[in-house]
Design a protein around this ligand. Structure first.
Ligand code: GDP
Length: 524
């Protein structure tokens, strides 16, 4: 199928990861701008601390621009390519979904603020992406402000994240003194123009000097910048596309998302170097090519109440092979049942449209009435296609939970069971008293859980925060019930595996000293 191959090769499916406020929303907006999906740039205002749980960073853009981005996936055309950007919510809506979304992308863009450098959430998200061995591109943002020195930033990146870095361009100055970008990759100097359309490009000669007579060439900013860049070029890492594709070398770009400076240079290199959809290894060891004619995909996220008025639920499917056509019949791997995919949605920047067709690399949304669970595979053809299970992530926040009304025990249990199965939250029981504990990676998961139990199951719950805990699994044969105390609470997960919830690292270390032979395991 030549047509399929060509379509697949044009897909770039990625997520932007960052610590809140590094500039993820702003750079997403720039991408929309460059792709022509929106027409004018405006600053996306600082996000409100609203309690509306359905908010995502994109909804801010949506509100400001009056366009419908509606949640988690956006598809735009850029430079003849079809780009799928998946949102990884930060802030108060940070959750396991954020991590799982990273299982559905082929590359990641990591936005780092030059003022703050690598921050905790950047590191967490980086680690999840890094384990997948997919390309990671770094954008050092906010160059229009005075920040830390570029050398220091690149050093920190390598040190803290443990990845090699390759500066693709190098800033000459910063803040109000920013002259431009010394662009080693494109062999040109990018000068700041009056606006993003008018950046000026000056080619570099053999020696790496800007061609032509310019006043700035005698400035120390220019000379020092070139010296640093050259030094890095000689002493630093080599450009190695293979290492980039495996996520072992991150190309680093400098720029300013707010003013648009360096953004197009970054995007162009990104779409050029980032991989098109790749093959997947299945449970049976088979390698499934994206151009395989059999359609297949997996559910990585289920979002309920996208529109509170309709109470709809959408299962997000990453297509891994073949082509999706509206109305096609697929098999759901978990149950072996077939179903027709009639009600689907695709996510364009300017509208939420019914999908007619989509190919490997794309994300489709299936309207769901409770058929799907996170991690489900769907496929066409007679041969089963079973993807490797999605990893589970170690929760960090915990809550004790109980039904408010004892008469409603039944709906409480039903709701709990279904929501846990859906992957919305993790459930534990204290070993001794069999009390329910919920675990999550983000606070918002609790709020959604509470809200949904009430609205969908009519069960009101009492929640008692336990705060942060360090969850570590132990082997069953190591289990000793006297291990449990308030500082290291013994519990079981929903599969009955023993897990200890440590109050803090101190408690964990104390435990390790006391039980040196017990191995502590963690999820991802
Ligand atoms: P997010 O939380 O990562 O999505 O960050 P935002 O894109 O919302 O940006 C956070 C704040 O930083 C906003 O006030 C932006 O206007 C600002 N910001 C983003 N990019 C830049 C930049 O390149 N320069 C400057 N000076 N501010 C920026």
């Amino acid at each position: 199928m030549a047509g399929l191959q060509e379509k697949v090769s044009k897909r770039r499916t990625f997520a932007i990861i960052s610590h809140p406020d590094a500039g993820k929303t702003t750079i997403t907006e720039q991408l929309l701008l460059f792709s022509g999906a929106i027409r004018s740039a405006g600053t996306v205002k600082a996000k409100g601390k609203g309690k509306d749980f359905a908010t995502s960073d994109w909804m801010e853009i949506e509100k400001q621009r009056g366009i419908s981005i509606t949640s988690s996936v956006m598809q735009v055309d850029y430079d003849g390519l079809q780009i799928n950007i998946l949102d990884t919510p930060g802030h108060e809506d940070f959750s396991e979904d954020t991590y799982r979304t990273l299982m559905a992308v082929d590359a990641a863009v990591m936005v780092v603020g030059t003022g703050k450098g690598i921050e905790p959430q950047t590191k967490k998200l980086f680690e999840v992406v890094s384990r997948r061995g997919i390309p990671i591109f770094t954008f050092m943002n906010k160059l229009d402000r005075d920040g830390r020195s570029p050398l220091e930033l690149v050093d920190e990146l390598e040190e803290v994240l443990g990845i090699d870095a390759y500066p693709m361009n190098w800033p000459l100055g910063m803040g109000s003194g920013l002259l431009g970008l010394y662009d080693l990759y494109n062999k040109r100097l990018e000068l700041r123009g009056a606006d993003r359309e008018h950046d000026e490009f000056i080619p570099l000669d053999e020696e790496g000097e800007a061609v032509g007579d310019y006043e700035f060439k005698s400035s120390s900013l220019y000379q020092q910048g070139i010296e640093d860049a050259m030094l890095l070029h000689e002493a630093g890492n080599e450009f190695d596309l293979d290492k980039i594709k495996k996520g072992r070398l991150t190309p680093v770009f400098f720029g300013s998302a707010l003013t648009g400076f360096g953004v197009k240079t970054f995007l162009d290199a990104f779409v050029d170097l980032a991989s098109a959809p790749d093959s997947h290894e299945l449970m049976n060891g088979e390698i499934l090519e994206p151009t395989d004619e059999r359609f297949s995909g997996f559910v990585f996220k289920i979002q309920a109440n996208m529109n509170p008025k309709h109470r709809d639920r959408i299962a997000f499917v990453r297509i891994c092979s073949g082509q999706f056509d509206k109305g096609m019949e697929v098999t759901l791997d978990r149950t072996g049942k077939t179903m027709r995919l009639a009600h689907t949605t695709q996510f364009m920047a300017d509208s939420r449209e019914e999908v007619q067709s989509a190919v490997a690399g794309d994300i489709i949304g299936l309207f769901d009435t409770g058929n799907f669970q996170i991690g489900d595979s769907i496929y066409t053809g007679n041969r089963e296609i079973e993807f490797k299970p999605l990893p589970q992530f170690t929760p960090e926040l915990f809550m004790k939970v109980s039904p408010k009304n004892v008469m409603k025990q039944k709906s409480f249990h039903k709701g709990m069971e279904q929501l846990v199965q859906e992957g919305a939250i993790q459930l534990y029981k204290t070993y001794h008293s069999q009390e329910y504990i919920l675990g999550a990676v983000g606070q918002l998961q609790f709020e959604i859980f509470q809200h949904r139990l009430l609205n969908e199951y009519n069960a009101e719950v009492e929640m008692t925060p336990m705060g942060h805990r360090i969850a570590r699994w132990i082997d069953e044969e190591d289990l000793d019930t006297s291990m449990s105390s308030s500082r290291n609470l013994l519990a079981t997960d929903r599969y009955g595996q023993p897990v200890i919830l440590f109050e803090n690292t101190f408690a964990e270390n104390w435990f390790k000293d006391k039980y040196p032979d017990v191995t502590l395991h963690q999820l991802m």
